[in-house]
Design a protein around this ligand. Structure first.
Ligand code: UD1
Ligand code: UDP
Length: 362
């Protein structure tokens, strides 16, 4: 029997690791769940444990208000003792929690398993891209979502221990879609109808930490609403809310009648919002995948994506934040045929990961 230590810390890690945690809990090994505390507001953190019926972490740490570099250092310090007891440390994705877990395990001489390995934006100015590359270099078990991700790893000389298993986001969606239909009343609460709105999320550092780019993006949101003739529902990430205030842009956002700002939502509400939107506008990785699964077209408000599978099937298009480009992308995506096949697997990713982990731990 072995000991697995799984480290999570942010909204997307909680959502995409929930099915993996449940599958690992089902093995005969010890499984310890650790939360770094990188995300901490109720609507960024605990709401997902409730919505996804995920057990409480065995170890909960606090990182509130730590600047990015110290998030990594502090998490390494916090988690060192528990990771020291592990036979395998599991991390997910590309956050500061991910890279802290992978580096700590490596320094302790422990094996690292990386879920969502091998995806690349090829833009090293993004902190997430560096985190992914580092985690993949340190991992001995790499759970790649697609063959493109495996090929990216091969080009970086990472070939041993790579398994193409799909993306556990599909497991999360399959497990929660019917529940969301029954339990979420967000459309009624907001007075929205099926296909009667655009859904927007926007939080990437490169988009919201720069005054000019955030101001330009606001204009693009307004333009998108005009082109579609629909309101834009905007659950706001705390980073974006903070920067709108700091850059003096709140009034301008408030004056945009078509922009319906709401607090971040739980997972069941988000699934309903995604499924019934005419179109998704986003810079989120997860929303690009989820829109693709629901066959809701997406316009990505970035210059690149680590989800190229969504572009080639026309489920998604890159538009940056220039209003003219965004308008053209919205027109194109509103007219796209929604017949593509989801490239991220069949919802059995977590079971496959657990089976591989079981075999490795023996
Ligand atoms: C992080 C990840 C990003 C991921 C995103 C998911 C890194 C480098 N970035 O970005 O890849 O897409 O999570 O949402 O790890 N804040 C709150 N309450 C919270 C969490 C954050 O108010 O519960 C505010 C704080 O002011 C904080 C800021 O948001 O300083 C940024 O949070 P942080 O976790 O550093 O990065 P994210 O932008 O959330
Ligand atoms: N999400 C949510 N409520 C929100 C915004 C996002 O439940 O208000 C979910 C979304 O469905 C997806 C995940 O959070 O599963 C994506 O997280 P985020 O966009 O923060 O991070 P990224 O995927 O860009 O790393």
């Amino acid at each position: 029997m072995g000991r697995i230590v799984t480290i999570i810390g942010t909204r997307p890690e909680i959502i995409k690791m929930a099915p993996v945690v449940k599958a690992l809990d089902g093995l005969s090994h010890d499984h310890v769940l650790v939360h770094s505390g990188q995300h901490y507001d109720l609507v960024m953190d605990r709401i997902f444990f409730r919505d996804m019926e995920l057990r409480e972490p065995d170890y909960q740490f606090a990182l509130k208000n730590q600047p990015a570099p110290l998030q990594v250092a502090t998490t390494m310090r916090h988690v060192a003792q528990v990771a020291g007891t592990a036979d395998l440390v599991m991390v997910h994705g590309d956050t500061n929690t991910t890279v802290a877990g992978a580096m700590l395990a490596n320094k302790l001489g422990k094996r690292v398993g990386h879920v969502e390995a091998g995806i690349r934006s090829f833009d090293k100015t993004m902190s997430e891209e560096v985190n992914r590359i580092v985690a993949d270099q340190l991992a001995s078990l790499l759970f790649a979502p697609t063959r493109i991700a495996r090929e990216n790893l091969r080009k970086e000389n990472v070939q041993d221990g790579v398994h193409v298993v799909g993306n556990s986001v599909i497991d999360a969606l399959k497990a929660n879609s019917a529940i969301a239909e029954r339990r979420s009343n967000i459309l009624d609460r907001l007075g929205l109808s099926r296909g009667g709105y655009l859904l927007l999320t926007f939080h990437r550092a490169e988009n919201v930490d720069d005054t000019k780019r955030l101001a330009q993006a606001l204009k693009a949101f307004e333009t998108a609403a005009k082109v579609a003739g629909l309101p834009v529902v905007f659950p706001i990430h705390p980073r974006t809310a903070k920067n709108l205030r700091a850059f003096g842009l709140e009034k301008r956002a408030h004056a945009m009648k078509a922009l319906r700002r709401i607090p971040p939502t739980g997972y069941l509400d988000m699934i309903r919002l995604e499924k019934n939107a005419a179109l998704i506008l986003t810079d989120s990785g997860g929303l690009q995948e989820e829109g693709c699964y629901f066959r809701v077209p997406c316009v990505t408000l970035r210059e690149n994506t680590e989800r190229p599978e969504t572009l080639s099937i026309r489920a998604n298009v890159l538009a940056g934040t220039d209003p003219t480009r965004v308008a053209a992308a919205v027109r194109r995506q509103l007219g796209v045929r929604r017949t593509w096949r989801n490239p991220y697997g069949n919802g059995r990713t977590s079971r496959r990961i657990a089976a591989i982990v079981d075999k490795i731990l023996g």
